[in-house]
Design a protein around this ligand. Structure first.
Ligand code: CO8
Length: 260
C-alpha cells in the first residue's frame, strides 16, 4: 500500500526505509507536491523506532531532473520571496538518521542538490550530474553552489555552475562527491541498501552522534570541531549501548543494542 502519489516507500531490509521518487512522466522533476511527500515520508522514517537508515533513489533513467521548471516558469519575485520558495527543500538536512542516495540517470539542478544533501552518495554507471540552471537564466537555489564547492573545490564548482556542463558518476567519485560507482543500476540500489542495513545494525544513538559530528566539520573550525567531537564522544559513555558494545567485544559476543 502506498499513500503517496509521487513517491514509493518501503522497508526492504531490516531497519531500512526506502524512498523511491516516482514521477516518471517528468523524470522525477521535484515539484512542490513531490517535495511535500518526500518530507512527509522522511519524517515518518525519522519518527519510526524500527528504522535506522534511509535509502533515497529514483528510476534507472532519472534520480531527479531538477526542480519542476513548468511550476517555476511564471513565478514572480514577491511570490518566491514571500513564500520562501525552496525553503522546504532543505528539510531533508534536518533528518538525523543517515540517508544514502542511490543515483541512476539524471541528477540535474535540484536533483543534483538533493543528492548532495544525502549523507552518502552512490552512483550507477549512467549517473549524470549537473547544475544546468545557468541555461535557464537562474542559478542553483537549493545549496548547489555551496555543497558542490565544499566537495569538489572552487575551480571545478565554478566550471560546473558557470557552464552548466554535466559530469558523470565516475567523475563524482573521483572528485570525492560520491563514494562509489556501481556497474549496474540495480547494483547501485542494492549497494545503498547494504550500506543502510549495516548502519541500521548499529546502536541508534552512536549512529546519530556519528552523523552529527561529521556534519559539524562543515560548520566550524578544526579546533572547535575536534572539541565538539570529543564532547559528544564523552557523552556516549552515558549510554547503555557503550557498555553493551564494549562488554560484547571483551566477551567475544555480538552486541544486542538497546538504543539507550
Ligand atoms: N521540470 C519539469 N519537467 C521536466 C523536467 C523539469 N526539470 N525535466 C524533464 N521534464 C519533463 C519534460 O518536459 C518531458 O515532459 P513532456 O513529455 O511532457 O514533454 C519529460 O520530462 C521527459 O523529458 P525529455 O523529453 O526532455 O527527456 P530527454 O531524455 O530527452 O532529456 C533531460 C532528459 C536532459 C534531463 C531533459 O529533460 C532536461 O534537460 N531537463 C531539464 C533539466 C534541468 O534543467 N534541470 C534543472 C532545473 S532548474 C532547477 O532545478 C533549479 C533548482 C533550484 C533549487 C531547487 C528548487 C526547486
Amino acid at each position: 500500500t502506498n499513500a503517496y502519489e509521487f513517491i514509493l516507500t518501503s522497508t526492504p531490509r531490516p531497519g531500512v526505509g526506502q524512498i523511491t521518487l516516482n514521477r516518471p512522466k517528468a523524470l522525477n522533476a521535484l515539484s512542490t507536491p513531490l517535495m511535500k511527500e518526500l518530507n512527509s515520508a522522511l519524517s515518518a522514517f525519522e519518527a519510526s523506532p524500527e528504522i535506522g537508515a534511509v535509502v533515497l533513489t529514483g528510476s534507472e533513467r532519472a534520480f531527479a531532473a531538477g526542480a519542476d521548471i513548468k511550476e517555476m516558469k511564471d513565478l514572480t519575485f514577491p511570490e518566491a520571496y514571500g513564500k520562501d520558495f525552496i525553503k522546504l527543500w532543505s528539510d531533508i538536512t534536518n533528518i538525523s538518521k543517515p540517508i544514502v542516495a542511490a543515483v541512476n540517470g539524471h541528477a540535474l539542478g535540484g536533483g543534483c542538490e538533493l543528492a548532495m544533501m544525502a549523507d552518502i552518495l552512490y552512483c550507477g554507471p549512467k549517473a549524470n550530474f549537473g547544475q544546468p540552471e545557468i541555461k535557464l537564466g537562474i542559478i542553483p537555489g537549493a545549496g548547489g553552489s555551496q555543497r558542490l564547492t565544499r566537495a569538489v573545490g572552487k575551480s571545478k564548482a565554478m566550471e560546473i555552475v558557470l557552464t552548466g556542463k554535466n559530469f558523470s558518476g565516475a567523475e563524482a567519485e573521483q572528485w570525492g562527491l560520491a563514494s562509489k560507482v556501481f556497474e549496474t543500476p540495480e547494483a547501485c540500489v542494492e549497494g545503498a541498501l547494504d550500506t543502510a542495513e549495516t548502519i541500521a545494525g548499529y546502536g541508534r544513538l552512536a549512529v546519530k552522534a556519528a552523523k552529527e559530528v561529521v556534519n559539524q566539520a562543515y560548520e566550524t573550525s578544526l579546533h572547535e570541531g575536534v572539541k565538539y567531537e570529543r564532547r559528544i564522544f564523552h557523552a556516549l559513555f552515558a549510554t547503555q549501548d557503550q557498555k553493551i558494545g564494549m562488554t560484547a567485544f571483551a566477551n567475544k559476543q555480538k552486541p544486542e543494542w538497546k538504543n539507550e
